[in-house]
Ligand binder design. Structure first.
Ligand code: ADP
Ligand code: MG
Length: 233
């Protein structure tokens, strides 16, 4: 297993948001985490990457217990994170945003901008431009590209399709699948967009009130009843 989570519980102050979550992700899997707004998906991602301290439970990455490691240490081990809303620095250039990925990840490997540009050629064309002038879809590509600079093995994406045009969502889905097969990456993707889930996910974990309440095959979301029940649509 690449990622093994057991009994993970976390929240803000004394308020518990994530409750007793256990999940495992194998190498080169693409797992979707779905659920309505406010159920704790983002809080779960932040706990997995170490931005929020767990109150109980364990997180293992490649059989190494990372539960007590800070976010920077987890990133160095190969856990990449693209936050909801992308976390782009609007007033910095595209290339300066990408360079931030060097500080976050790395794992002792030289940053490979050729690879980033191979998957996201737009980031080369626009390298001198201010990141804030990019479209939503281009900013999402930049956010993913910035994580790739640090040679991650596991990438957590929080709502990559948010605020992006459907055709761009589709092309981001294609790139995620290529990164899985060509680079061997593993993805956990919080997502609400049915088309993207269907295009990329091997399986779905449904979160409600901070706990996993169902495990679905993405095809099951073709049933409008099920989609309505588990997604904010
Ligand atoms: N920084 C924070 N401080 C306190 N409560 C928060 C904070 N961030 C989120 N919450 C609360 O935690 C709950 C889950 O939020 P979140 O994990 O963002 O849900 P989701 O990503 O599923 O929409 C919500 O009730 C939200 O108001
Ligand atoms: Mg969220």
């Amino acid at each position: 297993m690449l990622l093994d989570v057991s009994g993970l519980t976390s929240g803000y102050g004394k308020v518990r948001i994530v409750n007793d979550v256990s999940l495992s992700v194998e190498e080169q899997e693409i797992v979707a985490v779905i659920g309505r707004n406010g159920v704790g998906k983002t809080t779960l991602m932040k706990t997995l990457v170490g931005l929020i301290r767990g109150l109980a439970g364990t997180v293992e990455f490649r059989s190494q217990d990372v539960t007590r490691m800070r976010a920077a240490e987890r990133a160095q081990l190969g856990i990449g994170y693209v936050p909801q809303g992308r976390g782009i620095f609007a007033r910095l250039s595209v290339v300066d945003n990408l360079r931030m990925g060097e500080q976050i990840g790395g794992r002792g490997k030289a940053p490979d901008y050729d690879r980033v540009h191979e998957y996201f050629p737009i980031l080369k064309e626009r390298q001198a431009q201010k990141a804030g002038s990019l479209s939503g879809g281009e900013q999402q590509q930049l956010a993913i590209g910035r994580v790739l600079v640090g040679h991650p093995e596991l990438v957590l994406l929080d709502e990559p399709s948010e605020g992006i045009q459907p055709n761009i969502v589709q092309s981001i889905g294609e790139i995620i699948k290529r990164l899985r097969t060509e680079v061997g990456l593993t993805f956990v993707i919080v997502e609400q967009n049915l088309d993207l889930i269907n295009a990329v996910a091997d399986r779905c974990l449904v979160i409600d009130k901070g706990s996993i309440i169902a495990r679905l095959d993405p095809a099951e979301l073709a049933d409008p009843e099920i989609a309505r029940k588990y997604l904010a649509i």
